[in-house]
Design a protein around this ligand. Structure first.
Ligand code: APR
Length: 240
C-alpha cells in the first residue's frame, strides 16, 4: 500500500521526472528547516534580533551605520549553523546533480548546507555566510579572524546580500538563463516573496517547464504551479 506522502506524486509528475534531462531546483530557507535552521517568515512570525526585525539588521544601510552589529548578527547565525547537518532534502537534491544531464541548483540560502550535502556548482543568489568580502575592493575570502582585507586593508563585511543590495555579479543571470531552458523546475521551501529569485519559476513556466512547489504552506506561487506537493521537503524529495 502506497504511503500518503508517496501518493502526493502524480503519475504525470513521475513521468516528467523520469524523462526530463534539463532540470532546475530553486531552494529557500524551508529546505534547511528540518536541519534546525530557523526560516525568516514561515509559520507566520518574523525573525527579530536584539529588538530589530531581521530585515532591518540585514539591510544595506547597516554596513555604513553599524558594521560591528552586522558582524554580530551573522556571527550569531553562523554559530547556530556550526552543529547543523544537511537533511534528507539536501541529500536528495545533491543526488539529482548526477541523475540529470543538465541540472542547475539555485539557492537563496547562505548556510552552505547544499555544498555540505555534496552539491557542486551551486548558484548562490544571496551569498554565503562562511565568506567575507572587502567593502572597498570586493575581494572575497573564506572567513578567518581577520576583519581587514588582506589585499587593500579596508574593512571586511559578511559576503551575503543584504536588503537593498544587488545580487552577486552574474548569479541571477546564470539562474535566469538556466530557468529559461528547463523541462522541470522544483521550487522548494521558499515563501516566494523575495525578488528577483521569485521570478525564476515564471521564466521556467514560460519556457514550457512543469513547475513543482514543495512546501507545507501555500505561497503566492501555489496557484501558478503545475504540481503542489504539500509537506516537508525532507519527507517529499527522497520519494523521487
Ligand atoms: N520543507 C519545505 N518548506 C518549508 C519547510 C520544510 N520542512 N519548513 C518551512 N517551509 C517553508 C515555509 O512555509 C515558507 O514558505 O519555507 C518557506 C520559508 O520562507 P522564508 O522564511 O520567507 O524564506 P525564503 O523564501 O528563503 O526567504 C527569501 O528572504 O530574508 C530574505 O535573504 C533572505 O534568502 C532569504 C529571502
Amino acid at each position: 500500500m502506497q504511503s500518503q506522502t508517496a501518493s502526493l506524486i502524480s503519475a504525470e509528475l513521475r513521468r516528467r521526472f523520469d524523462t526530463s534531462s534539463r532540470v532546475l531546483v530553486l531552494t529557500g530557507a524551508g529546505v534547511s528547516a528540518e536541519s534546525g535552521v530557523p526560516t525568516f517568515r514561515g509559520g507566520g512570525n518574523t525573525a527579530v534580533w536584539k529588538g530589530m526585525p531581521f530585515d532591518v539588521i540585514s539591510s544595506a544601510g547597516m554596513i555604513e551605520r553599524d558594521l560591528p552589529a552586522v558582524w554580530e548578527w551573522f556571527d550569531y547565525r553562523r554559530n547556530l549553523l556550526q552543529a547543523v547537518e544537511p537533511n534528507a532534502a539536501h541529500i536528495a537534491i545533491a543526488r539529482w546533480q548526477d541523475r540529470f544531464p543538465d541540472f542547475t541548483l539555485v539557492t537563496q540560502n547562505i548556510d552552505g548546507l547544499h555544498q555540505k550535502a555534496g552539491s557542486r556548482d551551486v548558484v548562490e543568489l544571496h551569498g554565503n555566510i562562511w565568506r567575507a568580502r572587502c567593502v572597498a575592493c570586493s575581494m572575497t575570502i573564506g572567513l578567518n579572524e581577520h576583519r581587514a582585507c588582506l589585499g587593500c586593508g579596508a574593512h571586511l563585511r559578511p559576503d551575503v546580500v543584504l536588503f537593498g543590495e544587488l545580487l552577486p555579479p552574474g548569479a541571477y543571470e546564470r539562474a535566469a538563463d538556466a530557468a529559461s531552458d528547463v523541462e522541470l523546475c522544483f521550487v522548494v521551501g521558499t515563501s516566494a516573496l523575495v525578488y528577483p529569485a521569485a521570478n525564476l519559476p515564471a521564466l521556467a513556466k514560460r519556457a514550457g517547464a512543469c513547475v513543482v512547489e514543495v512546501n507545507p504552506e501555500r505561497t503566492p506561487l501555489s496557484d501558478f504551479c503545475d504540481e503542489v506537493l504539500t509537506g516537508n521537503a525532507g519527507d517529499i524529495l527522497p520519494l523521487f
